[in-house]
Design a protein around this ligand. Structure first.
Ligand SMILES: Cc1ncc(COP(=O)(O)O)c(C=O)c1O
Length: 413
């Protein structure tokens, strides 16, 4: 026994002594790889405001807000302080017990939500919120089928995936829930697709993932009308657009529609993972204890972050700012990219902006990050999507616009 222990130790020591520096990228690729295409070999180790820093302290302007989440920038002081304080007080409280922080957050949330959406279920992510919304729609209508839009994106869990359109995301995972996808912005097709068997119509007001496509008021109002007429529930996905991304608290305000359920996530927790869906009093009336649940949903820690985030959106005037800065940024992009044949269109609402190219966007995104220190997002194969933090300064917008223009023009050369 003693001999083999020595042998084991020796065997263990040799590779330890000769191991090269621990490489985070290699380890992530080996253990966590498989579902994500990485953009470059950099390892991000910290964030501050609109900037991310790698392990060598190189900095990157984050115009993607870490998938649209860091609406308040990275490590917003108010949110950070609230998390630290709550972490030292109470992190967990099961939903069968009341909690002070959760109640305060719930109150603050319904204060900024449309008045008719005064009931909320707290979850942990966008897809979890969407799955819950689909469940409530089925429970309320006693129907099972869904209608959604082409190019719509609602998440990757089985329910959310069912209403998501992209065939590449759905392939291999069926059978999914029965869903009819109608052409986005085709009001007549939507009118035809919704029947007395439809549990819910699920839509984004501005489609994010597929290219920042803005829903027309006619299409969105048709959705509300046919749902009312045929007894279906209208679920609006504000997971990406909520909390000022489009220059309003919620994108539905642009179209003047009133959904029965609204799904939220990204900006909700000020950077802390959190999801929620808000629903009407009529839906609340069909719920019974045990109808839905979530172990982590509504933890005091998440709620403290969410409460601080709502305070920041309000106190810093970020919703209105998003509208103004977004319009400026689009104008600056148009100026900097004027006459560039590679650019097909520049569009958006608030600080949700698309630069559509006539070529693949992936090389532009890579060059933008590696050569110009700016991080942006794709939206489909040819669209460069910008979801900057709402706290971005005019100077930072200028840096971003110049870098984007350079990266696109260089590609042409
Ligand atoms: C509009 C929309 N819905 C749903 C989701 C899914 O959210 P999550 O990734 O938190 O599950 C996303 C995420 O990008 C989204 O943009």
């Amino acid at each position: 026994m003693a001999a083999s222990r020595v042998q084991l130790q020796k065997h263990w020591l040799v590779p330890v002594l000769t191991l090269p520096k621990f490489k985070y990228a290699d380890v992530e690729e080996k253990i966590l790889g498989g579902t994500t295409a990485r953009r470059g070999d950099i390892v991000i180790t910290r964030g501050e405001g609109c900037w991310l820093f790698d392990e060598d302290d190189n900095k990157y302007l984050d115009l993607g807000s870490a998938q649209g989440v860091a609406m308040l920038g990275h490590c917003h002081p108010g949110v950070t302080e609230a998390i630290q304080e709550q972490a030292a007080t109470l992190t967990l409280c099961p939903s069968y017990l009341y909690n002070d922080t959760r109640a305060e957050f719930a109150k603050a949330l319904v204060d900024v939500l449309p008045k008719y959406l005064n009931n909320v279920f707290l979850a942990n992510s966008g897809a979890e919120a969407m799955d819950g919304a689909l469940k409530f729609a089925r429970l309320f209508t006693k129907r099972t089928a869904f209608v959604a839009a082409t190019k719509g994106f609602h998440g990757r869990t089985m329910g959310a995936l069912s209403v998501t359109w992209e065939p590449k995301y759905r392939e291999g995972f069926g059978p999914l829930f029965e869903t009819t996808h109608v052409q986005f912005n085709d009001a007549a097709a939507l009118d035809k697709a919704v029947t007395d068997q439809t549990a819910a119509v699920v839509l984004e007001v501005v489609q994010g993932e597929s290219g920042v496509n803005v829903g027309t008021p006619d299409f969105l109002k048709t959705a509300q009308r046919v749902c009312k007429e045929r007894g279906a529930v209208l679920i609006v996905d504000e997971i990406q657009t909520g909390f000022g991304r489009t220059g309003k608290w919620f994108a539905i305000e642009h179209a003047g529609i009133e959904p029965d359920i609204m799904c939220l996530a990204k900006g909700l927790g000020g950077g802390f993972p959190m999801g929620a869906f808000a629903y009407t009093k009529a839906i609340r009336e069909v719920l019974t204890p045990g109808a839905h649940g979530s172990t982590f949903g509504g933890s005091p820690l998440a709620c403290a972050a969410g409460l601080a985030a709502i305070e920041a959106y309000k106190d810093e005037g970020l919703i209105q700012r998003s509208g103004i800065l977004g319009a400026n940024m689009r104008n600056q992009l148009r100026g900097a990219l004027e006459g560039v044949a590679m650019v097909r269109d520049i569009r958006g609402l608030g600080l949700m902006i698309a630069v559509e190219l006539r070529t693949k966007v992936a090389p532009v995104l890579k060059s933008l990050m590696m050569n110009h220190g700016v991080i942006a997002l794709p939206a489909g194969p040819t669209v460069l999507r910008l979801l900057p933090p709402l706290v971005i300064s005019e100077k930072e917008i200028d840096i971003g616009v110049q870098a984007i223009a350079k990266a696109i023009k260089e590609l042409k050369a």
